[in-house]
Structure formats: structure tokens, C-alpha cells
Write a protein that binds this ligand. Structure first.
Ligand SMILES: Nc1ncnc2c1ncn2[C@@H]1O[C@H](COP(=O)(O)OP(=O)(O)OP(=O)(O)O)[C@@H](O)[C@H]1O
Ligand SMILES: [Mg+2]
Length: 238
């Protein structure tokens, strides 16, 4: 198993926002973590990344315990993170934003086609190549989201944690972001995706976990969820 999350318990002050959260992401999988607002999806990603410390529980990545790692060490271990609030640098060029994600000065691909480079990512979303010298501030919301995703790939993660990538985007960009995430996954990067757009999530995912308040209430394949309207009503529909 690529990622194993076991019995995570996380608090914000006295509020117990993750209660015994356990799930897995397999090698090459795209797993969706879905649920209504405030259930704890973002906190789950932040806890895996080490941005929030759990009170108990374990995070195991490629068979190694990474619980308690600070974010930079989690990233070094091979986990990329695309936060909800796309943190691009508005005053830096598209290229410089991308290069900030490069780890250990590894910019070229050294002939290895499995390595992500700026150029390789631009092949998936050529619009960024056209704007490579422009400041991040001039990009549309969707382009900024792509830049944020692209930058996270520069560290060559085995697993990407992606939080609400289509939120607030125009419908055409929603499709574009979904397409690129699918391509990245097909290229071998496993993805744990938090997404409000059920259609997008189900079109991309292999498996799905649904969160109720602070806990995981349902686990299944996309097919199982499609055939289970009761579960969708309970955890997803408003
Ligand atoms: N920094 C914080 N301090 C205190 N409480 C927080 C903090 N961040 C989130 N919370 C609370 O923790 C709970 C889980 O929040 P979280 O952001 O993980 O939910 P979510 O499922 O990502 O929701 P959304 O779909 O709105 O993004 C919520 O009740 C939220 O109000
Ligand atoms: Mg969230």
C-alpha cells in the first residue's frame, strides 16, 4: 500500500475534528475523499502533510512511518500538496513559480522520462508555456490552479494530495483541470483528491471515501457509489 492512514485523531483546541480516520491509497490509484462542508476533509490532508499535528494515529507511506514529520520532510518523502487556497506567488513569473517547486536543485530530467520537468508539465497545459514570463497575478483562477498543480509536480511526488482543485472555476476550466489530473494520474502519480464536484470526482476516481462529521462513514468503488442513492443522500446531497 502506498499510503496507510490509521486511526488519526486531530483536535483544534477542544474540538475533535478527526475521529479515528483510517483509509488507504494504493500505488497508481486516484482516491476521492468527499463530504459536505466542515466534515474534516482539508484537515485530513493537512494532518497527512504534517501541517496539523494529530493527537494520535499513524501515517505510513511506502511502508515507512512518516507520522509527526514536518511538511518539508513529508514532501521529501514523496508527497505533494496542492492546498485549497492556491498559493502561487503573484509577483513572480510563471516559470519562477514552477521552479520554486523543484527539490534539491534538480531541474533537468537527466534523460529520465519519468521525471517531471517544467516543459513536461507545460505539454499537459500549453497555455502556461505561452505565459511563462508573465507574473502569476495576471493568470485566471484556473490558470493559477494549474500552476499550483504544476509546481507541486516539480518535486516528483509519488502521491499528490489535492484539495478542491475545481472550486470557483468556470465550467470549461473545471473540465480542463479534471483532464490534467487524470493525465497526471495515468502518468503514474497516485492522487488523493478532495472535491465538491461529484461528477468530476466520480469521473476520475477508482475508489471513494465519504466523510460525515469528523469520521469516514462510507467506503466503496465509484460503481458502488453510483448504485447507492441512499448513501449519496446521507453524505453528499444538501
Ligand atoms: N484552524 C482551525 N481552527 C479551528 N477550527 C478549525 C480550523 N480549521 C478548520 N476548523 C474546523 O474543523 C472542522 C473541519 O474543517 P475542514 O476545513 O477540515 O473541513 P472540510 O471538510 O475541508 O470543509 P470544506 O468542504 O468547507 O472545505 C470544521 O468544523 C472547521 O470549522
Ligand atoms: Mg476543505
Amino acid at each position: 500500500m502506498l499510503l496507510e492512514v490509521k486511526n488519526l485523531n486531530t483536535y483544534y483546541g477542544s474540538s475533535h475534528v478527526l475521529q479515528d480516520i483510517s483509509f488507504t491509497v494504493g500505488e497508481g490509484e486516484l482516491v476521492a475523499l468527499l463530504g459536505r462542508n466542515g466534515m474534516g476533509k482539508s484537515t485530513t490532508l493537512k494532518t497527512i502533510m504534517g501541517l496539523v499535528k494529530p493527537q494520535s494515529g499513524r501515517v505510513i507511506f511506502e511502508g515507512k512511518e512518516i507520522s509527526g514529520f514536518p511538511p518539508y520532510k513529508t514532501a521529501r518523502a514523496g508527497i505533494g500538496y496542492v492546498p485549497e487556497e492556491r498559493r502561487i506567488f503573484p509577483g513572480l513569473s510563471v516559470l519562477d513559480n514552477m521552479l520554486l517547486g523543484v527539490k534539491d536543485g534538480k531541474i533537468g530530467d537527466h534523460g529520465d522520462s519519468n521525471v517531471w520537468t517544467v516543459d513536461r508539465f507545460f505539454n499537459h497545459f500549453p497555455k502556461l508555456r505561452e505565459r511563462v514570463n508573465q507574473q502569476g497575478r495576471f493568470l485566471s483562477g484556473g490558470e493559477q490552479q494549474m500552476l499550483s498543480i504544476g509546481r507541486s509536480l516539480m518535486g516528483n511526488p509519488k502521491l499528490l494530495l489535492v484539495d478542491e482543485p475545481t472550486e470557483g472555476l468556470a465550467p470549461i476550466m473545471v473540465q480542463e483541470v479534471a483532464k490534467v489530473l487524470g493525465q497526471i494520474n495515468k502518468a503514474g502519480v497516485s492522487i488523493l483528491l478532495v472535491e465538491h464536484n461529484l461528477k468530476v470526482a466520480l469521473s476520475l476516481a477508482n475508489r471513494v471515501y465519504l466523510m460525515g462529521k469528523a469520521h469516514i462513514g462510507y467506503e466503496g468503488t465509484v460503481e458502488e457509489l453510483r448504485n447507492n442513492p441512499e448513501v449519496r443522500t446521507k453524505y453528499l446531497e444538501v
